[in-house]
Design a protein around this ligand. Structure first.
Ligand SMILES: Cc1ncc(COP(=O)(O)O)c(C=O)c1O
Length: 442
């Protein structure tokens, strides 16, 4: 049943990553969702061109996941997660590691992407110390990287706005590779830009500066998502892998967005054929029905921790809700749907049509750049003079109120994350609606 809400209720909620004062003048409230559509509080059906927040790729309220969650709630609501386990968490760890790239046979459960990232950084630091290389303490992120909002994640993250308020308290010993975006050489890219593979050599610079033997890990999103969909240049990830191996540095792929079909494969590691040492996930793991994340590690990392007396806890880390049975039941059902419905193959088949429709706006006078890879797409608008972000937010609002369409804007970049089982017609209609919105922008 839909909940009646008052203006006081709206005021009471401090909204995440939202311009609260602007939003509350005309709240965009969702009360239901099914399949590819949201229902707004005013009764309108809105097409969701962002799959939740990159995260409900199978469609909203998928009946199989709903059923699994409902059933689980009547069977086991919760069980202590420390020194005990539940059947669904074990089963999900088994299924997840089965579909992961070879050698990733261990999963640590979290409740979000941010927690997955901080867990992965702690695993990397702990691994070196347990292995007897305690001097490896430095962490390397990348400019324009997004790794969630916890202290580890914002420290290795490279989005200035997420860091500046907290700049004095970011964790020590972190550096950033330069980002890979270059408008001059790689504008209107379809898939991986040809230019920019050499930018991975930036790691050599940092290894020379600090000593490669002092670096614990490099963390990158295989495709930078939140910063505006920046696909890796050809050869970039391969070179990063090569340099990490050469210097004994762990490579972490933050696949919170890219795992579970978003780039037309189980994992971006599979698509690009580059194997990291640690993979972080969340979002698509449960199709977002219940919050959950997982960190996958290579066998050697897990085995390195498994030393000392048997009764000793190997890693002092974990969450009350690590492997929550209801989340794990949602995860099991989501992975079953993912395999049964051939979701990665469906996403792969949709990629070229999606690329074509989004790039139909390449020559629009309001458009600065268009980038696509897998089912991730960005249309970067030319910013309005002295009002960066204004056009993007206006476009997002006009889509919502006038086109019954949900897209995301990050400043002036409009972002698209279609359902992994989207209908090609809907992708065309989405871009036609966006075109009519940006035609009308000042
Ligand atoms: C690559 C990446 N890492 C981490 C996160 C953080 O995930 P969460 O919002 O679930 O904490 C996100 C969220 O979008 C992400 O895109």
């Amino acid at each position: 049943m839909t909940q009646a809400i008052s203006q006081r209720d709206i005021e009471a909620l401090w909204m995440p990553f939202t311009a609260n004062r602007d939003f509350k003048k005309q709240p965009k409230t969702i009360v239901a969702a099914k399949g590819h559509y949201y229902q707004a509080a005013d009764g309108r059906q809105l097409y969701d061109a962002f799959s939740g927040l990159w995260s409900c790729g199978l469609g909203h309220s998928h009946p199989k996941i709903v059923e699994a969650v409902q059933h689980q709630l009547t069977e086991l609501d919760y069980a202590m997660a420390f020194q005990m386990g539940n059947d669904k968490a074990f089963a999900l760890a088994g299924k997840l590691t089965e579909m992961a790239p070879a050698g990733f046979n261990h999963a640590f459960f979290t409740n979000s992407g941010s927690e997955s990232v901080d867990t992965a950084l702690k695993i990397a630091l702990g691994y070196h110390r347990v292995k007897g290389e305690a001097q490896r303490t430095r962490l390397i992120g990348r400019e324009r990287g997004y790794h969630g909002v916890n202290f580890g994640g914002i420290s290795v993250g490279g989005i200035a706005a997420n860091r500046q308020l907290f700049s004095a308290n970011l964790i020590n010993g972190v550096d950033h590779l330069s980002h890979t975006y270059n408008l001059e050489h790689a504008a209107f890219s379809r898939g991986q830009p040809e230019w920019g593979g050499h930018l991975a050599d930036d790691l050599e610079r940092l290894a020379a500066l600090h000593g490669g033997a002092n670096i614990a890990a490099v963390i990158v999103e295989p495709v930078a998502g939140s910063a505006g969909i920046l696909p890796p240049p050809v050869g970039y990830l391969e070179r990063l892998r090569e340099l990490c191996t050469e210097h004994g540095i762990l490579l972490i792929f933050d696949e919170v967005i890219t795992a579970f079909g978003r780039v037309g494969a189980n994992f971006a590691a599979d698509r690009f054929g580059v194997m990291p040492d640690i993979i972080t996930t969340a979002k698509g793991l449960t199709n977002s029905m219940i919050p959950m994340g997982a960190v996958l590690v290579r066998d050697e990392i897990y085995q390195t921790f498994m030393q000392g007396p048997d009764q000793a806890i190997e890693m002092f880390h974990g969450y009350t809700y690590s492997g929550h049975p209801v989340a794990a039941a949602a995860g099991l059902a989501a992975l079953e749907v993912f395999h049964e419905e051939g979701i990665a193959a469906q996403a792969k088949a949709l990629e070229s049509g999606f690329e074509t429709v989004l790039h139909s706006l390449d020559n629009h006078p309001m458009v600065k750049d268009v980038r696509t890879i897998g089912l991730m797409g960005a249309i970067e608008l030319i910013p309005r003079d002295n009002a960066p972000g204004a056009r993007g937010l206006e476009a997002h609002k006009a889509c919502f109120w006038e086109q019954d369409l949900v897209i995301r804007n990050a400043m002036d970049t409009l972002q698209f994350a279609p359902f992994l089982n989207a209908k090609p017609d809907d992708l065309e209609k989405t871009v036609a609606a966006v075109k009519s919105v940006i035609d009308g922008l000042l």
